[in-house]
Design a protein around this ligand. Structure first.
Ligand code: C5P
Length: 231
């Protein structure tokens, strides 16, 4: 099947306290976004890459990759799910959309292979990379964010962290996202829209090195994982 990568990169990344969206911070002289796009484009199964960028973003056009023939830029939306919907709606109905966060540059080809293998060979609508929860999980009492208190302990058995990429048929994902957004559901990843639409989604045990860069301390960690990938 044809696989097209979709990269939501229209966020503003306010938690990084930087002067630019986090995907434009540099690791080894290249932006995080360029590392991410390269990790996808260099995989032989990925035919094309679509990136969602904010219309007000002045940084993307300056990147050498902006004019690459394997890359299409579309305008992002209000939330991550809006950005992804705009991108997947432009894809041929029968292709697969491999949606991957701009802020996850440490993606290995082995993990893409594993995800594609499960999604195309098993009786599922699609799948996501994920890692099993290892810490004990606490639910805080609602409200008081200054001095939070524990309401109860969540059972961590069968609990997973959802990563990206997330791989689904473009037509099914487009419909599920549109439906979920119209219903006002909290859609923080593609799988949540697919689950709400009643589809069966596989969890594919991924490499924990595939971190989402969120805080300043994640930068040296990502640099370490990137060099480990290149070895
Ligand atoms: O904020 P968070 O880290 O959850 O964002 C996940 C991804 O979604 C980021 O790559 C960000 O650029 C993207 N995003 C987007 N459009 C928005 C908000 C976030 O493409 N409106």
């Amino acid at each position: 099947p044809t696989i097209i990568a979709v990269v939501p990169a229209a966020g503003i990344g306010s938690r990084m306290q930087a002067d630019r969206p986090k995907q434009y911070l540099l690791i080894n002289g290249k932006t995080i976004l360029e590392h991410t796009l390269q990790a996808l484009h260099s995989h032989p199964a990925i035919a094309h890459v679509v990136v969602a960028i904010s219309p007000e973003d002045p940084f993307f056009a300056e990147l050498p990759v902006a004019s690459a023939s394997w890359l299409t830029r579309i305008a992002g939306g209000q939330e991550r799910a809006d950005s992804v919907l705009r991108a997947v709606a432009t894809l041929p109905a029968d292709c697969w959309a491999l949606v991957h966060d701009a802020a996850r540059p440490c993606l290995s080809h082995a993990d893409i292979d594993k995800l594609v293998g499960v999604c195309t060979q098993q009786e599922v609508a699609g799948g996501i990379l994920a890692t099993p929860v290892r810490d004990t999980m606490k639910r805080a009492r609602p409200g008081a964010s200054q001095s939070p208190e524990i309401a109860h302990t969540e059972c961590r058995e069968n609990l997973w962290h959802a990563l990206t990429p997330q791989l689904f048929r473009a037509d099914q994902l487009t419909q599920a996202l549109a439906q979920g957004l119209a219903q006002g559901l909290p859609i923080t990843d593609e799988a949540s829209a697919m689950e709400a639409a009643g589809y069966c989604v596989a969890l594919v045990d991924g490499n924990p090195a595939n971190i989402k860069i969120t805080r300043p301390a994640d930068m040296p960690l990502a640099q370490f994982y990137l060099s480990a990938l290149q070895e």
